[in-house]
Ligand binder design. Structure first.
Ligand code: ZN
Ligand code: ZN
Length: 325
């Protein structure tokens, strides 16, 4: 039986359909799971993604990209191959890609999580024969607490810093994590305005347009011109962890929100505090998801999956890489 998906130098390739999934190089036809930069390349002829990813993709692709949005669950034909998008629960519009050909069903997970997230569509289990799963945190030590609990801690940290007249500067990825925090805070600190780095502004608009409720935000001006940020919460991407950028706010406290904060010391990265908030599946979510798909053939990618691969083999799964194109 011919493989439905293969590994090529440009990424995952579907020979009978003639398309790539999350290509690493510029390709004619790409199926894109989500708008994080490690999942697509600008400059191809045509990109397909979920409808709710289109706005984010347009922001990230240069020039006049041809981006086609497909509703979740709608079937698309590429020759004899049927493709559909299904929510992955990672960021707005993030998808798993279901590929059916010759009676076989393959699912490429993209990045995903199972934990509750008020800023994106929840993960959907898609039954399949072969499941190509991400493995960013495929180690048994990775175990997340519920996101709502962590965001409540962020809110409490902000409250304490506010009382001490300090500025809370919370670093996080600017697409996905930042909006998840804003969505969580909108329920906890209703109406309280959050300052954001300008890099986040257009992404926030995409989320609001898609109907997700975020806390009200204001962009930190390039020049403060006497504006006091005392007691404020500022969200910014990690590349602005430079004292020249945040010291001008006054008396600051810094923190980082990331899954890595469950496994590493925030001081190692230059932060005073860490909040363990991940948009990837932890060990138990990976194992549970693999079981729920019913797939017996598993391909792991993105990250060191040696511990997960060994565990799955011990459970009788067939674990392999994609065949070379
Ligand atoms: Zn991602
Ligand atoms: Zn990724």
């Amino acid at each position: 039986m011919k493989p439905v998906l293969t590994e090529s130098s440009a990424g995952i390739y579907c020979p009978p359909g003639g398309f790539y999934i999350d290509p690493r190089r510029r390709v004619p036809t790409a199926i894109v799971t989500h708008a994080h930069m490690d999942h697509f390349r600008p400059g191809g002829q045509e990109d397909y993604c979920s409808s709710s990813s289109v706005g984010l993709m347009r922001l990230r692709l240069r020039g006049k990209p041809k981006v086609t949005g497909i509703e979740f669950g709608r079937r698309l034909e590429f020759g004899e191959v049927t493709v559909s998008f299904h929510p992955a629960g990672h960021i707005l519009g993030s998808s798993q890609v279901r590929v059916e050909s010759g009676g076989q069903v393959w699912v490429v997970s993209g990045d995903y999580k199972r934990g509750e997230d008020p800023s994106c569509e929840p993960f959907e289990v898609v039954p399949c024969d072969t499941f190509v799963t991400e493995a960013t945190f495929a180690r048994s030590a990775a175990a997340w607490r519920p996101g709502a609990e962590v965001i409540a801690e962020i809110s409490e940290w902000w409250r304490e810093n506010r009382r001490a007249k300090k500025v809370s500067v919370l670093y996080c990825y600017v697409l996905g994590k930042l909006q998840r925090i804003l969505a969580g805070l909108s329920a906890l600190d209703a109406g309280r305005e959050v300052y954001i780095h300008r890099d986040a502004e257009l992404y926030n608009e995409c989320y609001r347009r898609a109907g997700f409720q975020l806390a009200p935000t204001r962009v930190v001006p390039r020049k403060l011109n006497g504006l006091s940020l005392e007691g404020a919460l500022v969200l910014a991407p990690p590349k602005y962890l430079q004292s020249s950028w945040y010291r001008r706010f006054g008396d600051t406290v810094t923190a980082f929100a990331s899954g890595w904060m469950a496994l590493e010391d925030p001081c190692k990265f230059g932060y005073e505090k860490g909040f363990a908030l991940s948009d990837h599946a932890d060990w138990s979510e990976l194992v549970r998801t693999i079981e729920e798909t019913g797939a017996r053939s598993i391909v792991t990618c993105h990250g060191d999956a040696s511990e997960l691969d060994a565990y799955l083999r011990s459970q009788g799964y067939s674990v392999s890489s994609l065949p070379r194109a």
